[in-house]
Design a protein around this ligand. Structure first.
Ligand code: ADP
Ligand code: MG
Length: 660
């Protein structure tokens, strides 16, 4: 059922909600608040301007009413709270005047306005009321605000009927509620106690289902046979020796792990994690070469087209004798068909692309190895989709978001892990500075310095997730600003999400080839793009990003022996950002991010496929996560999912893991 079936949702509201990703009634039911405002009986002595308050007292004087017009009126009176006389103002309640005699006891709910030293009430209740008001706060947009969303959800609560998933024995074990009850409470809590219990239930469920998928994938892994391969390590060594640089020790270790996996008995399911610029790609290329030597096709999947193109060009150079194809969603239908035909007939050895690689139209002759770059951008669902493309291809996931090992082991429990911790030699750490907008002039001079040396600069425009239109406006504004400053000196490129693949490619190529010296972009540049002469990145409104995301963006520069700089411009949260001034180690940065923000937000800039829990937070709810891990393990081991009563949960696992 779609939200348009709900009473009171018109076309416009529907559109605004759709823009927030809310399409079905279930989407609405699970559009959880991201925080709560809790208002309790207030001590008036410690009030700050804007505080929300609930306070009881006795009316001191006859209320004064002022009528602005027929509809609009304002009423004021004094309220004696026992140790304080408060001036109360309330709008459009003139009809209450006759009941508000001197001496009447009431409770006022409102906001403290320091400037007028008064309380602006939005509600009056008769009598003294012990009350806690808990207001859910939702992620909103410029078109529809949180309180409107709350109103819509509250009036639809009766229409929310979701399927219960958790098995009864677990509900009993942890005293969890029914999901339907929990959902209603989360949107409309009356007490802190019930809210805590409801949140606990929903978080438990979220984590449990995630861990079930992991535990299930784990059982598959131990059962599956790998493909036969007959390649000696000598052959790989020879290839490594032919490369233009010496591999680092960690890169060699990773290659070893992968060699053992690929030539061993079981199917590979490995995560390769390493900081931006640590050199994961070459490890991937060596793996694909190994796979090619054993007679199989490889597929390399990238989250963005730009990255796919870069990999394509890069890999063609290193493996000139192989047949390598690029397959993206933006190809013309005819070109796509031709490439698909060649993949099916086995003429292509390596195919590189975006999501298009897992579309049903792509049939592989003998897919032996699947690699996903920037794994955190893909969900568990896509993981298994790719796996199922070949008979049982080996799988390598690459991630530039190093996460602390304990978390990695839990969250990627179905995978083996190789980590690249050392950077290739000869790299200089990126010098990072936090600057306020007032210091922009310094930044312009630094930029000028770089450009004079024929170096290049990335500018990242502020990201306002709520609205693409505003993102775009911001990019254009910056373009104007920088054209004024540098228009006579050099060319400036512009890159944003609304461009099509061809346009993006042209802009990116112009920058790579040094035709443009400055590239202004939204975060579409993302991770992984390689431009040799780029020595500076300036990130506006950087407080909007997690530290790990900023660290990844900063990885765009400092890819060689040149001095390079990252300027974080922000008028807020400078203390947090200064952490990046002090360290260039991605593992440290992600630890700090964990401490400060919790795990939910560390995985990249926008939604990450995996672990994007709606309520749970892998840091703050880590204990709960460990419990669900154990419970999920038992559940899978005992094959509880085969019981009739656990039908719904089985469906959910199946959807992800393709059990059929
Ligand atoms: P990431 O791990 O972020 O994907 P890349 O694989 O793109 O990093 O590597 C970043 C750059 O470092 C590339 O230009 C690559 O050619 C280079 N590189 C990789 N390994 C080494 C090495 N051992 N020595 C020198 N340069 C290397
Ligand atoms: Mg990369």
């Amino acid at each position: 059922m779609n939200i348009s079936d709900l009473k009171g949702i018109g076309l416009t509201t529907e559109k605004y909600l759709n823009e927030l990703g809310i399409i079905t009634i279930e989407d609405l039911a699970t559009y959880y608040p991201f925080k709560y405002e809790i208002i309790e009986n207030t001590d008036l002595k410690t009030l700050k301007d804007g505080d929300k308050i609930i306070v009881g007292g006795i009316i001191e004087n006859k209320p004064n009413v002022y009528h602005f017009n027929k509809k609009l009126n304002k009423m004021s009176f004094r309220l004696n709270t026992g140790d304080f006389i408060a001036n109360i103002t309330i709008f459009n309640r003139a009809f209450l005047k006759s009941k508000l005699d001197i001496g009447t006891v009431i409770t006022v709910i409102g906001k403290y306005d320091q400037k007028h030293s008064q309380i602006t009430a939005n509600d009056i209740k008769f009598g003294l009321i012990e009350e806690t008001i808990i207001e859910p706060i939702y992620h909103a947009s410029f078109k529809i605000n949180s309180s409107k969303i709350s109103k819509i959800i509250k009036s639809s609560l009766n229409d929310f009927m979701v399927k219960e998933t958790l098995p009864n024995y677990l509900k009993e074990k942890y005293k969890l509620m029914n999901k339907n009850k929990a959902i209603r409470i989360v949107h409309n809590p009356k007490t802190k106690k019930e809210l805590t219990e409801a949140l606990n239930t929903l978080k438990y469920e979220e984590l449990f289902i995630y861990m079930l998928k992991i535990e299930y994938l784990k059982t598959l892994k131990t059962k599956e046979n790998g493909l036969p391969r007959n390649v000696s390590y000598k052959q790989i060594e020879k290839f490594i020796e032919s490369l233009p640089f010496k591999l680092t020790i960690d890169q060699l270790k990773a290659v070893n792990d992968i060699y053992d996996d690929l030539t061993g008995l079981n199917r590979m399911n490995r995560l390769l994690q390493g900081d931006v610029g640590s050199g994961k790609t070459i490890v991937a290329i060596i793996s694909m070469y190994l796979n090619y030597l054993s007679g199989y096709q490889s597929a390399l999947m990238s989250p963005t087209e730009i990255l796919a193109i870069q990999h394509y060009n890069n890999i063609k150079k290193i493996l000139p004798n192989l047949n390598i194809a690029l397959l993206t969603g933006k190809l013309k239908a005819k070109e796509k068909k031709e490439i698909q035909k060649q993949i099916e007939e086995g003429q292509i050895d390596i195919v590189i692309g975006t999501h298009a690689l897992i579309s049903d139209n792509v049939i592989y002759k003998n897919l032996g190895l699947v690699i996903t770059d920037e794994q955190h951008r893909f969900g568990v669902n896509q993981r298994s989709n790719l796996k199922n493309k070949g008979k049982s291809p080996d799988v390598l996931y690459m991630s530039a978001t190093p996460i602390p090992r304990t978390y990695a082991l839990t969250l990627y429990g179905d995978m083996d892990i190789s980590s690249i911790k050392t950077m290739p030699s000869g790299r200089k750490p990126v010098k990072t500075y936090v600057k306020t907008e007032n210091e922009i002039k310094d930044v312009l001079y630094m930029m000028l310095d770089e450009i004079k040396q024929n170096h290049q600069v990335y500018i990242v425009a502020p990201l306002i997730e709520e609205s693409e239109k505003i993102d775009l406006e911001n990019v254009y504004k910056l373009e104007e600003k920088f054209t004024k400053a540098f228009g006579k000196i050099c060319k400036i490129g512009l890159l944003h999400g609304k461009m099509n693949g061809k346009e993006k490619e042209t802009v990116m190529n112009d920058f790579k080839n040094g035709i443009t010296k400055i590239l202004i972009s939204t975060t579409v540049i993302e991770v992984g793009v390689d431009v040799e002469k780029a020595t500076m990145i300036v990130i506006f409104d950087s407080f909007r990003f997690g530290l790990s995301a900023l660290h990844q963006l900063r990885g765009r520069v400092g890819r060689n022996a040149l001095n390079s700089y990252c300027i974080l411009i922000s008028n807020k949260e400078t203390k947090r950002l200064e952490i990046l001034e002090n360290t260039n180690d991605g593992f440290k940065v992600s630890e700090e991010d964990f401490k400060l923000r919790g795990g939910g937000e560390i995985f990249g800039v926008k939604q990450s496929g995996d672990m994007n829990f709606k309520l749970a937070d892998i840091k703050n709810d880590y204990d709960l996560l460990l419990k669900t891990k154990e419970d999920a393990h038992e559940f899978i081991k005992n094959k509880e999912y085969l019981l009739k009563e656990n039908e719904e949960i089985y469906k959910q696992i199946k959807k992800t893991v393709n059990l059929d």
